[in-house]
Design a protein around this ligand. Structure first.
Ligand SMILES: *Cc1c(COP(=O)(O)O)cnc(C)c1O
Length: 437
């Protein structure tokens, strides 16, 4: 029947020929453009959209479509380093550095003389400026790579395959990945000493032998052992290692350079170096607040040994990580630092302003460091307390907002939300209230 409204749906060819669609195609590519068109046509065929609205809908959709399916999200969970949201959000300076690194850059070139130069010098300089007691540094892809490189190069690489570690430090870091499995996957043999709760200096001393390549101390970032327990301080371990001429590797995990009063139990890179570690390992995207990266800082000869191991090439950081890391290290602050130190009364004021706008309740809410750091440390703050059914529309809307769902409530914590986005939260919440009314 010619009266079938579906016959009025514009054809794919006609839609593809629209100037707005042609222009968007240079950004999005043909498969994505075709997918958008066929989705809109399908909606019209189902009767969800009038045929006359197909063309404007396609134009709007191609013009607002992102080049990646990765959706930016507002983190309203109160968990600062949220692994499922990509850990540390970058400082504005680091975002700018990423854009600058996108084209051709002098990554391994000295523009002054046109000769080849060392890769990532600027990032390394910025790193060493923050840890003046490190003689040298190396930047790799992530903390796990740094740990694998250090343990492998210093043991297997020196034909002394054993690495000594306390049984209290055999960590599973998440998603089923276990550091002992990671370390032994390259042929390193772990010599486990002590017990889960107590390890003393003699345990390490008795384990050191001709095949010992290194001693390893790992900060158990995501759990703690209380009660009847004992660990050996870095300084004592460093003295023991030096006496036996084996290097001491210390994995501090989260990448604090200096002590933070909010996290008194978090080890720092500077202290581990001051205590005599030969090489200290940390992540770039935890408390340091930068891009994913693995940092190795320590004695010049040890770093040189790591840098020439074949794994250093497999694990090397890319230009984006190096650029963003340098910018993060030089930035006056980071979003992670700001969220950790957010003023409680300011948070309360912001939360109350939104609560008033949408008629919701404000409750005390404890945030978390997250990302396997500052375990068990509550960070006192506030949240909007909404009915649980708010969570889904918040998550699936644009922009996505991730609240915390607990005890049958949808909790919106502003700690990790930039104040400039409060208005967006009010807007999205009002829309949801409106739809549900
Ligand atoms: C997080 C962590 C790692 C792994 O670092 P990634 O950067 O996530 O690869 C290794 N060791 C410790 C102690 C950690 O906390």
């Amino acid at each position: 029947m010619s009266s079938d409204p579906r016959r009025a749906i514009p054809s794919t060819d006609r839609l593809l020929a629209l100037s707005e669609v042609v222009e968007a195609g240079t950004r999005l590519g043909s498969p994505k453009i075709r997918r958008i068109i066929s989705d809109v046509q399908a909606a019209a065929r189902r009767g969800d959209l009038a045929p006359a609205d197909v063309t404007p809908r396609v134009v709007a959709a191609v013009q607002t479509a992102q080049t990646t399916e990765l959706s930016p999200a507002l983190n309203a969970t109160g968990v600062i380093i949220h692994t499922n949201l990509g850990r540390a959000p970058l400082a504005a300076a680091a975002r700018e550095a990423l854009a600058a690194a996108a084209g051709y850059v002098d990554l391994e070139l000295d523009l002054a003389d046109g000769k080849r130069a060392k890769r990532g010098t600027w990032a390394k300089t910025a790193l060493l400026a923050r840890a003046p007691n490190a003689e040298d540094a190396l930047i790799v892809n992530n903390g796990a790579a740094a740990l694998s490189l250090a343990t492998t190069a210093l043991s297997v690489g020196e034909s002394r395959p054993e690495v000594v570690i306390s049984r209290g430090e055999l960590v599973e870091i998440g998603a089923g990945f276990r550091l002992p499995d990671l370390i032994t996957s390259t042929g390193v043999q772990l010599t486990e000493v002590g017990t889960t709760n107590r390890t003393n200096l003699d345990d390490y001393r008795n384990a050191i032998g001709a095949n010992t390549g290194a001693l390893l101390k790992v900060h158990p970032s995501n759990y703690w052992i209380g009660g009847f327990n004992a660990t050996v301080p870095t300084k004592a371990l460093a003295n023991l290692a030096a006496a036996h001429q084996v290097p001491l590797i210390v994995d501090v995990g989260s990448g604090l350079f200096e002590p933070d009063p909010v996290l008194p139990d978090e080890p720092t890179i500077s202290q581990a170096l001051a205590d005599g570690a030969d090489v200290v390992i940390a992540s770039g995207d935890k408390l340091l607040g930068g891009p994913q990266a693995g940092l190795l800082l320590g004695k010049a000869d040890v770093i040189a040994q790591l840098a020439k191991h074949p794994l250093a090439r497999a694990f090397r950081a890319d230009k984006f990580a190096l650029a963003a890391l340098e910018a993060t290290l030089n930035a006056p602050s980071t979003p992670v630092h700001d969220a950790l130190h957010a003023d409680a009364s300011e948070l309360l004021e912001r939360t109350q302003r939104i609560a008033t706008a949408i008629d919701a309740e404000v409750v005390p809410h404890e945030g978390r460091v997250g990302g396997g750091g500052g375990v068990g440390v509550p960070i006192h703050g506030w949240a909007l307390s909404l009915e649980e059914h708010f969570a889904e529309p918040l998550r699936t809307g644009n922009p996505a907002i991730l609240p915390r769902v607990a005890d049958g409530r949808c909790l919106v914590d502003l700690r990790c939300v930039p104040p400039a986005d409060d208005q967006v939260i009010i807007q999205r919440l009002s829309e949801i209230v409106e739809v549900q009314r």
